[in-house]
Design a protein around this ligand. Structure first.
Ligand code: PLP
Length: 372
C-alpha cells in the first residue's frame, strides 16, 4: 500500500462530489500544517491555546488551491477547455497552475497595478492569459460572470460551488489534527468564500443535523460518520477600508494594503452571514496599521511568514482574546491564508533595514556585538 499523499480529493473522496469519472487534477494541495503559536498568545495576558492553519503552505502558496483542485477537476469532467476568474492575485495563481496541469487555458482578470509581484509572476509563469483591467476586483467579478454566458469558459471563482467543496476540507484537517473542533475559528474575509467553505466543513464534520441548518435542512448526509461533536464560533475579520459586512452593504471603493481582501461586494454574502449567525460569531474590522503589526510579529516572533491579508485573522483573534470577547481557556484556530513570499514589498517595507558594512572581520564583529 502506498502512503504517498495525493491531494485533498483522494484524501476526502467520500466527502466530495466526485466519482470515478472525475479526472482528478491535483498538485497534492491540502494537508497543511496546524502550527501552535508559542509567543504571541502571551502578549494578550490571557491563557488560550492558539493555532494557525498555515494554508500558505499549499502548492501555489494560498488556500485557493483547495478550491481550485475541485473546480478544475469538475471543469475537466465536463470537457472544458478554458477557465476564467477575477482575482486579487491568489485565485489567478492557482487557476493558472491547475489549468496548466489540466491542459486548459486560464484567463485571469486582475486589477491594474494592485496585485503583488509574486502573484503576478505565478500567473504569468504558469502560462495564464493575464488580462489587467482598469478597475478593481469587483469590476472584474462582474465581467467574469457576464462573459461566462457569452464564451466557452468555466468560472473558477468561489461562485463556482465546487470551490467551496474543496475549501471545506481545511476544517476536516483541523478537526482531525485537534481531535475535536476548535472553540473559535478566526478567518480573513474578502469575497467570503472561505469562511463559507469552513462552515460547510465544520458542519459536515459534526453531522450537523439541526432543523435550522441552512446547509442540510435537517438532513445531514454525514451524521453516521461524524468526526467531532461540535462546531466552532466563526469570527470573520475584514480590513477597515474594505468591510462591507460591517457596513451592512457593499463598499464601492474598497482600499487596504491587504490586497487579497480588497473586495467591496462579496459574492458569498448570504453563506457568510449564515455561518456567523448560526455559530453565534461576529464580523469585525481591523485597520491596516494593526494588521501590519501582526504581519510583522508573526514572522519575527513565530517564524510564520504570511501575506498581509492573512495576518488579519491572528490580529483580530489576539485583540478579541485580550478584550475577553474570546474567553480564557478557549482553543482558537486562525486561518493564515497565503504565504509571505507572495508580497515581499510589503514585508520589506515593514522590517528593519538591511545593514551594509565593509567586508572585514572588525565590521562584522562590531555589527554582531551591536545587536546583542
Ligand atoms: C482569497 C484570499 C482571502 C479571502 O478569502 P475569501 O474567500 O475571498 O473571503 C484572504 N487571504 C488571502 C491570502 C486570499 O488569497
Amino acid at each position: 500500500m502506498t502512503t504517498r499523499y495525493k491531494g485533498l480529493i483522494e484524501r476526502y473522496r467520500d466527502r466530495l462530489p466526485v466519482d470515478s469519472n472525475t479526472p482528478v487534477v491535483s498538485l497534492c494541495e491540502g494537508d497543511t500544517p496546524l502550527i501552535q503559536l508559542v509567543n504571541l498568545p502571551a502578549t494578550t495576558g490571557k491563557s488560550v491555546e492558539m493555532y494557525v492553519k498555515f494554508d500558505g503552505m499549499n502548492p501555489t502558496g494560498s488556500f485557493k488551491d483547495r478550491g481550485m483542485t475541485m473546480a478544475v477537476s469538475k471543469a475537466a469532467e465536463k470537457g472544458a477547455k478554458a477557465i476564467v476568474c477575477a482575482s486579487t492575485g491568489n485565485t489567478s495563481a492557482a487557476a493558472a497552475a491547475y489549468a496548466a496541469r489540466a491542459g486548459m487555458t486560464a484567463f485571469v482578470l486582475i486589477p491594474e497595478g494592485k496585485i503583488p509581484m509574486g502573484k503576478l509572476a505565478q500567473a504569468m509563469a504558469h502560462g495564464a492569459v493575464v488580462l489587467q483591467i482598469r478597475g478593481n476586483f469587483d469590476d472584474g467579478m462582474k465581467l467574469v460572470k457576464e462573459v461566462a454566458g457569452e464564451a466557452p469558459v468555466e468560472i473558477v471563482n468561489s461562485v463556482n460551488p465546487f470551490r467551496l467543496q474543496g475549501q471545506k476540507t481545511a476544517a476536516f484537517e483541523i478537526v482531525e489534527a485537534l481531535g475535536k473542533a476548535p472553540d473559535y475559528h478566526c478567518i480573513p474575509v474578502g469575497n467570503a468564500g472561505n469562511i463559507s467553505g469552513y462552515w460547510i466543513g465544520y458542519s459536515e464534520a459534526c453531522g450537523h443535523n439541526t432543523a435550522s441548518c441552512t446547509l442540510c435542512n435537517g438532513d445531514c448526509p454525514y451524521l453516521e460518520n461524524k468526526l467531532t461533536e461540535s462546531r466552532p464560533v466563526m469570527v470573520g475579520y475584514q480590513a477597515a477600508g474594505a468591510a462591507p459586512f460591517l457596513r451592512g452593504e457593499p463598499v464601492s471603493e474598497p482600499e487596504t494594503v491587504a490586497t487579497a481582501i480588497r473586495i467591496g461586494n462579496p459574492q458569498s454574502w448570504d453563506l457568510a452571514k449564515a455561518a456567523v449567525s448560526e455559530s453565534k460569531g461576529w464580523f469585525d474590522e481591523i485597520s491596516d496599521e494593526e494588521l501590519l503589526v501582526t504581519h510583522g510579529l508573526l514572522a519575527s516572533r513565530e517564524g510564520v511568514f504570511c501575506e498581509p491579508a492573512s495576518a488579519i485573522s491572528v490580529c483580530g483573534a489576539l485583540r478579541d482574546i485580550k478584550s475577553g470577547k474570546i474567553p480564557e481557556g478557549s482553543v482558537v484556530t486562525c486561518t493564515v491564508t497565503g504565504h509571505g513570499l507572495k508580497d515581499t514589498d510589503t514585508a520589506i517595507a515593514g522590517a528593519d533595514p538591511v545593514v551594509t558594512i565593509d567586508a572585514d572581520l572588525a565590521s562584522v564583529k562590531s555589527a554582531i556585538l551591536n545587536h546583542i
